[in-house]
Design a protein around this ligand. Structure first.
Ligand SMILES: N[C@@H]1[C@@H](O)[C@H](O)[C@@H](COP(=O)(O)O)O[C@@H]1O
Length: 253
């Protein structure tokens, strides 16, 4: 794993944006794995700015998102489809047919999971997968205890996750209790993973991810086993409690 420690949230977002831009420019048909949540918001803003400057086109880009709530329509402002359209897709020249998220409103959710998995497989490997980090170590919506070999599946969201995401809803009761998520096995097949971590409240989770044992009780620890992971973490995430980040990872400024 490579840890890139940056000053702050903006720098983290700029660095992530530049890795994605490089991927898009280098490949004829780039496949991006995208994430939602607060962490990548600024990265999407920088991508839009690069597009507006004429620096990049998304015409040949295909995207697969990690997850979606069960039971929210794509018009619901809290659905991840809505988030992606608002934060990125509506502002760049990506073709709507090239953007993929699980359908959390499918009548047969198990079938939807199999179909989504199939779509990812047919497209070929995700070239670069963006990940955020849940406080309990979840990636996508893979909660503690999820098998490392898991494929796209329906999950019961942990209470901690529902509480953490309640800030986007009017009340915690409105936070869905289920979601569809790419599995850990699916995520691990990406060629490259960039994990974004910002803020002191993530410091403990980041420490565990880098230094802790690889265990299904802390899903993000699986990243220690991936051949090309870049963690971009800001000062807050790295520095509290002090000296959390291990010495045996290479760092770049
Ligand atoms: N399902 C999402 C994840 O994909 C996200 O990475 C994580 C962190 O969210 P945030 O970036 O808002 O801290 O939790 C959410 O529940």
């Amino acid at each position: 794993m490579k840890v890139i420690e940056v000053k702050d949230y903006n720098e983290m977002s700029r660095k992530a944006c530049s890795i994605i831009l490089d991927t898009i420019k280098q490949l004829d048909n780039p496949i991006l794995g995208l994430a939602t949540g607060s962490t990548p918001v600024k990265m999407y803003e920088y991508l839009i700015e690069a597009y507006e400057r004429g620096e990049v086109s998304f015409k040949n880009v295909r995207s697969f998102n990690l997850d979606e709530y069960v039971g929210l329509s794509k018009h619901d402002p809290n659905s991840y489809r809505y988030y992606m359209e608002e934060k990125l897709f509506n502002h760049v020249d990506i073709s709507p047919e090239h953007t993929h998220l699980p359908n959390g409103n499918a009548l047969d959710l198990e079938q939807e999971c199999r179909d989504y998995e199939e779509k990812v497989k047919e497209a070929g490997n995700v070239h670069v997968q963006v990940l955020g980090l849940g406080l309990n170590g979840h990636i996508g919506f893979n909660e503690p205890g999820t098998p490392f070999q898991s494929r796209t599946h329906v999950v019961d969201l942990a209470d901690t996750t529902r509480r953490a995401n309640a800030r986007f809803f009017d009340s915690i009761d409105e936070v869905p209790s289920k979601a569809i998520t790419m599995g850990i096995g699916t995520i691990m097949e990406s060629d490259r993973i960039i994990l974004l971590v910002s803020g002191e409240k993530k410091a403990e989770a980041l420490h565990k991810l880098i230094n802790g044992e690889v265990t299904e009780d802390f899903p993000a620890s699986v990243l220690q086993k991936h051949k090309d992971v870049v963690i971009i973490a800001d000062g807050g995430a790295c520095h509290r409690p002090r000296n959390l980040v291990s010495q045996n990872v290479s760092r770049m400024g």
